[in-house]
Design a protein around this ligand. Structure first.
Ligand code: F6R
Length: 262
């Protein structure tokens, strides 16, 4: 069963997850991090930047893999995931740009962009900790409902709902690209630790389906139930539809002392 942590605010969630990343990179400076874009991980990145400024975090040897990228959006477009990761993490934390990998969404070479990304992950030794957000339809990465549970990095068509959800980042909904390149569910499941963040009532149904529903391609995030090490960090609003919410709170508060967070 997933480790479920229910916190009061996204800031508290950010501090919690950033603390885990700091412990991981202290014990393994050359750790490999999987990072998501979208709004859910932003409090984590904010806290990592604070720790970087204070000098309590050094990601100089850390390798980073992004989950996904839009297809056909120029790399230097403000909303390309390459730009978002650079702005949020790479530049402020002084990460080595040669250790930062974002799936290549440029049209040239798109045919084998997925395979190249998979081979880069393998060459780095696999992902130690993968940060995830969840879509209101249960997607993780851009694996929309119906995605194969064994899928690897590949091109996908974005659903109308996801394009509408992401329209807030663009000047008009028509500007949201129609295709993306995303790590597959099989890629995500190979990471050694999955950490999903979700906030707000709008995520509650997807979170409940992911954690307590059947494992099904209809809720791609439910594939996380197949993973041996998953942490889900929620605020109260995102936890409202969990049948076992009271148990999750109880289990977290009564965690055995020997079971350290990392
Ligand atoms: C982003 C990604 C998506 C988002 C999801 C939730 O790299 O892979 O799966 O995590 O769409 O987005 P937010 O966090 O903006 O609600």
């Amino acid at each position: 069963m997933a480790e479920v942590v229910i916190v009061d605010t996204p800031e508290e969630a950010g501090a919690h997850v950033a603390g885990r990343i700091a412990r991981l990179t202290r014990s393994k400076p050359e750790a490999v991090l999987g990072v998501a874009t979208g709004s859910s991980p932003l409090p984590v990145y904010q806290q990592l930047r604070v720790m970087g400024t204070e000098g309590s975090l050094n990601l100089g040897k850390t390798t980073v893999f992004a989950l996904d990228e839009y297809v056909g959006l120029p790399r230097d477009h403000r909303e390309s995931y390459h730009s978002v990761i650079s702005r949020e993490l790479v530049e402020p934390l002084g990460l080595d740009p040669f250790r930062v990998h974002v799936p290549d969404g440029s049209l040239e070479g798109i045919e084998d962009a997925g395979e190249r990304f998979e081979s880069d992950i393998r060459a780095a030794g696999g992902i130690d900790l993968q940060i995830l957000g969840i879509g209101s339809d249960g997607h993780i990465g851009f694996n929309e409902p119906g995605s194969s549970l064994a899928s690897l990095t590949r091109i996908k068509t974005l659903t109308t709902r996801t394009r509408q959800d992401n329209a807030r980042f663009f000047a008009s909904p028509d500007e949201v690209p129609r295709h993306c390149i995303t790590q597959g569910l099989g890629t995500i499941l190979r990471a050694r630790h999955l950490v999903l963040l979700a906030f707000g009532r709008g995520k509650a149904a997807a979170v409940a389906a992911a954690l307590e529903g059947p494992v099904s391609a209809q809720c791609p995030a439910s594939a996380m139930q197949l993973h041996p090490r998953t942490t889900v960090v929620l605020d109260e609003a995102a936890a409202t539809e969990l049948r076992n919410g009271a148990y999750y709170r109880y289990a977290w508060q009564n965690k055995p002392a020997w079971q350290e967070a990392e």
